[in-house]
Design a protein around this ligand. Structure first.
Ligand SMILES: Cc1cc2nc3c(=O)[nH]c(=O)nc-3n(C[C@H](O)[C@H](O)[C@H](O)COP(=O)(O)O)c2cc1C
Ligand SMILES: [Fe+2]
Ligand SMILES: [Fe+2]
Length: 392
């Protein structure tokens, strides 16, 4: 593979990783991901902006060699997570005169995580810039999209903004430029839910700032490059807003179908009332799909059956994960079935330490649902539909 020229003397040289199954051992990657690296050649100096995940470093070095790049003066590290900084040691071995340009927090992480020597860094602060001759790189600190260390790099003359993890997508279809397809938008939303949703207010703040900068092109470190920045900015404005939709997510787990019958019945009743429901099997489902709908759902109903005196562990895991990812959920309920005794709800309630959705009536029944149990589900459906009138 060759470098792709995006504009005169600006190249994309990242790698696709279509076979990678999980990200951060946490989130499924149905089509893998990309690690974007960019090479900028000025009249006097050259810079590589972010690197790749270490297993892909040989491919990056091959590209650099094929392009006859003899010298890299600066390696810009926007964020120390190893999917972008992990190849810095190998690059410094190949280009021993290169200096790593970054902020104090990235440096601290790169030194401790990758053992790069302290004297290999040039430290920049918010608003600082370095000159490549006819091109200038300006640095904009952007903590918390993704880690506290993250920054953006702005190529002033071309108005190219390198936003690192912000605006990423685990999208490997097509070439370097965004195809603006529904599939891309879905993939960008999946990425947002998994990586950026916990930092929603920061993402919103930076979107505002980026609109003021008014770049011509946005270049994230995963997925395609946007030559229409307003496309991804508009999507983020929607996702990061306080608005929720007339939608219920209903993750459920059921060993012998009692809870499943309840969840399906409740889904039918809610849909009859015009509420969108995403019924989602905790065992079979791809977590990313649940999270996409969690971005703007107003309510979550957890369907769970009793195992060993408590809730089935897969519902506990889902509750823990959702709490950590901080969706905008306003309401929640728990429905489920038990056989003889225990507590189905306490462990799940205790998971909500960060998000504070308002509790609606629970429907916990003994055995397989029958007449009166369905009446309780009817009442819950009514309560949800009433609460959702504000979002319809
Ligand atoms: C492995 C296992 C452990 C269970 N442990 C309990 C328990 O501790 N307390 C209880 O009330 N019921 C327990 N049950 C019974 C189920 O909660 C009950 O059958 C329930 O109706 C199952 O709902 P489901 O069909 O949605 O899976 C257990 C069932 C299984 C299979
Ligand atoms: Fe990251
Ligand atoms: Fe990343």
């Amino acid at each position: 593979m060759k470098m792709t020229e995006l504009a005169p003397n600006i190249f994309a040289c990242g790698e696709k990783d279509k076979d990678r199954k999980m990200f951060d051992q946490l989130i499924p990657l149905p089509e893998g991901t990309t690690y974007n690296s960019y090479f900028v050649k000025g009249s006097e100096k050259s810079a590589l902006i972010d690197t790749v995940y270490p297993p892909k470093v040989d491919l990056l070095l091959d590209k650099i060699e094929e392009a006859n790049i003899e010298k890299i003066d600066y390696i810009i590290s926007n964020h120390a997570e190893q999917d972008h900084s992990g190849a810095i040691p190998a690059l410094l071995e190949r280009f021993p005169d290169a200096m790593v340009v970054t902020n104090e927090r990235v440096k601290d992480n790169v030194v401790s995580m990758l053992h790069v020597p302290e004297d290999k860094f040039i430290i920049v602060k918010d608003g600082d810039s370095i000159s490549l001759g006819d091109k200038t790189l300006e640095f904009i600190l952007a903590p918390f999209v993704h880690w506290p260390d993250t920054m953006f790099t702005y190529l002033v003359e071309d108005k190219y903004l390198f936003t690192c993890d912000l605006f990423g997508a685990h999208y490997t279809t097509g070439d370097v430029w965004a195809d603006y397809s529904d599939a891309l938008l879905n993939s960008a939303k999946r990425y947002y839910a998994e990586i950026m949703m916990p930092f929603r207010s920061f993402a919103a703040k930076y979107c505002k700032k980026i609109r003021e900068i008014d770049p011509n092109v946005i270049l994230p470190s995963h997925g395609p490059v946007y030559d229409k920045p307003e496309y991804i900015l508009d999507a983020y404005d929607d996702w990061t807003s306080d608005r929720v939709k007339n939608k219920v997510i209903m993750p459920y787990v059921s060993m012998y179908d009692s809870t499943k019958i309840m969840a399906e019945y409740l889904t039918e009743k809610l849909e009859e009332k015009g509420v969108e429901v995403v019924l989602w099997d905790l065992i079979e489902g791809d977590t990313g799909e649940l999270l996409i709908d969690a971005v703007d759902a107003a309510t979550m109903v957890i369907g769970v059956s009793m195992v060993l005196s408590g809730p089935h562990p897969s519902a506990v895991y889902a509750s823990y994960l959702l709490n950590a990812l901080k969706p905008k959920l306003k309401y929640y309920s728990i429905i489920g079935s038990y056989g003889w005794g225990g507590n189905l709800t306490k462990v799940i309630e205790n998971m909500f330490t960060i998000i504070k959705p308002e509790k609606l009536e629970y429907v916990i029944i003994k055995g397989r649902p029958k007449g009166d149990d369905f009446a309780k589900l009817d009442a819950l459906a009514n309560e949800i539909a009433q609460k959702h009138e504000a979002f319809a």
